[in-house]
Design a protein around this ligand. Structure first.
Ligand code: MSK
Length: 651
């Protein structure tokens, strides 16, 4: 592997990916696309090397039109006078705001659909009505005389307020779900947020030219935004989805590229928002559309999931997942995919390039997402009355693609993996017999710690090797693992979400898993469902009567990619749960070197001290560890968990 001295770590090329990626189907499809002369993310990443050192270190400032400015030893300040700390922290604050905007937009669509359902303008059958009653209770909504739909409408309004409130009133979800000892920490730090929309606005405001010159105040805004992100975007989206489509329960299925079938219409469902895709599934499973597929000569219809839409559909219906953000082009390389129905986020432009190589129909269903050459049938959350008819058109377009394609190019890897998904918060507690059972096991060491292994992929790490390498080692050391997002696909395809994988765990954890009939990695849903893992952490801490920051917990983001991952990590940090990152964010990493007089310079700076030293630790009780090599990263994580246990006297 090529070593990048600016990052102090190796960077993989395509040969390294072939050698290190854990899924043999991946290698088969990389070769297949190369033979077909079809470029992928791996080729474009190679073409971009070497990447700009200033960009990699986060020291390039592009936040006004006086720049761009590169902060260096020669020019330590930008044209306006910003120094390195201000540039790097402002960039991180902006990344979190961008990620928060994405999740908040997703939440907004789902909550509007919930409200429209209560008002009767959207034809959606509510599957989680009892969940709405529970939320109404938690939000202290006076339900007297509201009626069933009135309660749902009031809950939707409370969630909508948390997405978009512009005044300093408390957030409903934060008041209902945050642990009280944490709320005190946040009050003392003065970081209680208003809403996702307000903090996105304030983050952009504070980082614009001449608005704030104190990097520590920007760091405070980062933490405030993390809370807005968690409670205004993640909780709102995950809870509204549960009221609309029900709370997931575990189910066994098969996943991986091999679930696609040559004689069938193969349709992949990709993106994040559940609203259109749920209705499309309803249509695809109707006798009319099934008949249409048979008329076109197909033996049936296969639905497969990609990215977070895939995670959610696996959780709710056991629909097989295929792959994640960096595998989306590879999936089309099977030549078997007739249509990809995409809604919002993580649908890369490269998808259409490969689609054109194989004649795959791309259908965009979000008003925010346009792809040149794709069929556009969008769901507009302000006009829910068209949902039914639009979903029917989407389903018909997808099925019609079967007859229009050249099927001679089909080559599906045989690999199929058994997996269990559907571990909503309630399902995890139900499987183990309650939070107290898990708390006892954490205290007596049968569970050495609880980690959530989540997030995207990045071409800067050999594809999926870190997710799988770290998770496997954590299991072998007795750590219970939850997962979401693209990491989830890597772990599902690697067999770690198969109940049979309990045999990898040491005796104490293995017995617990076998008794509960669950795998060592619990797939909880899409990236907004990280709050299900957070709720689990909070529930166990409650049983143990300990603050979150004292417990052997860890957030692992081994292959960060999307701006959304910044807020995911920050969400857990601000709750006192440390983060293990597999790749340095765009900050000047501490690179030790020898000084002019032979002395060792450790390369530390204010930003690395804040995130990885005592800064954040002294404020919220958590910090970031960064380690690329999966074996070393797992050791780092295990050391963190062990130290927590030692401090508690739990050995
Ligand atoms: S899809 S945000 S690449 S997890 Fe949620 Fe995957 Fe990250 Fe998108």
């Amino acid at each position: 592997m090529r070593f990048n001295r600016h990052l102090n770590q190796p960077i993989p090329d395509k040969a390294d990916v072939r050698a290190l990626t854990p899924n043999p189907a991946t290698v088969q499809l990389i070769d297949r696309l190369e033979d077909a002369g079809c470029e992928t993310v791996f080729d474009r990443f190679a073409a971009q090397q070497p990447q700009c050192p200033s960009g990699l270190r986060g020291t390039c400032c592009r936040m006004c039109q006086w720049g761009p400015c590169r902060i260096s030893g020669k020019a330590p300040r930008g044209v306006c006078g910003r120094d390195m700390n201000q540039v790097v922290m402002a960039t991180i604050v902006r990344q979190l705001a961008a990620g928060m905007s994405a999740h908040a937009r997703h939440a907004h669509e789902v909550v509007l659909a919930l409200r429209a359902t209560a008002e009767g303008t959207a034809t959606i059958m509510l599957k989680g009505r009892e969940h709405a009653l529970d939320l109404a209770d938690r939000f202290h909504i006076d339900t007297d005389g509201l009626g069933d739909d009135g309660v749902v409408r009031a809950v939707a309004q409370a969630l909508l307020d948390d997405i978009g409130r512009m005044t300093a009133d408390p957030m409903n979800t934060l008041e209902a779900f945050a642990p009280s000892d944490r709320r005190k920490v946040w009050e003392e730090l003065d970081i209680l947020p208003r809403s996702a929309a307000y903090e996105s606005m304030e983050s952009l405001h504070m980082t614009t030219l001449g608005a704030c010159s104190d990097w520590t105040a920007l760091a405070g805004q980062e933490l405030r935004s993390a809370l807005a992100y968690c409670y205004g975007a993640l909780y709102t989206s995950s809870l509204a989805t549960e009221v609309l489509y029900g709370v997931p329960t575990p189910r066994l299925t098969e996943v991986n590229y091999g679930v696609l079938k040559p004689g069938h219409v193969n349709v992949l469902l990709h993106g994040h928002s559940p609203v259109m895709v749920e209705k499309v599934i309803e249509k695809v499973r109707s006798p009319e559309i099934e008949a249409l597929a048979r008329e076109a000569g197909a033996e049936g219809i296969v639905l497969g999931g990609m990215c977070c839409t895939g995670d959610e559909l696996l959780a709710r219906y056991g629909i097989p997942t295929v792959t994640n953000i960096m595998g989306q082009e590879l999936a089309l390389g099977t030549g078997a995919v007739d249509a990809v129905i995409v809604d919002m986020q993580c649908v890369i432009p490269g998808l259409k390039i490969v689609a054109d190589c194989f004649g795959t129909e791309i259908i965009t269903t979000s008003i925010s997402n346009r792809i040149p050459g794709a069929t556009h049938i969008p769901f507009n959350p302000e006009r829910p009355e068209t949902l039914d008819a639009d979903a029917e058109r989407v389903a018909r377009t997808a099925v019609a693609a079967f007859g229009a394609r050249d099927r001679s190019k089909i080559e599906i890897p045989e690999r199929v993996t058994t997996a269990m998904g559907g571990f909503g918060y309630e399902a995890i507690l139900g499987a183990f017999g309650g939070a107290s059972v898990l708390a006892d096991a954490v205290r007596d060491g049968r569970i050495r710690g609880v980690a959530t292994v989540v997030g995207c992929n990045t071409p800067k790490v050999a594809y999926e090797s870190a997710h799988v390498g770290i998770a496997r080692r954590l299991i072998e050391a007795g750590v219970l693992v939850t997962t979401t997002g693209c990491a989830s696909h890597a772990l599902l395809n690697a067999g770690l979400c198969d109940p049979a994988a309990a045999e990898l765990a040491p005796p104490g954890l293995r017995e617990l898993l076998e008794e509960a009939g669950v795998p060592p990695v619990l797939a909880v849903g899409g990236c907004v469902d990280n709050v299900r893992s957070l709720r689990l952490f909070i529930a166990i801490a409650g049983e143990l009567d300990r603050p979150l920051a004292e417990l052997p917990y860890l957030f692992v983001g081994a292959e960060p990619g999307n701006e959304k991952t910044v807020g995911q990590g920050a969400t857990f940090l601000v709750h006192g749960i440390s983060v293990l990152s597999g790749f340095p964010a765009q900050i000047p990493v501490a690179v030790p070197r020898i000084g002019p007089d032979g002395e060792l310079l450790d390369g530390r700076n204010d930003i690395t001290e804040f995130f990885a030293g005592d800064g954040l630790l002294s404020l919220v009780g958590a910090k970031i560890y960064t380690e690329t090599d999966p074996a070393c990263a797992a050791q780092t994580g295990l050391m963190h968990l062990h130290r927590k246990r030692q401090a508690l006297g739990w050995g």
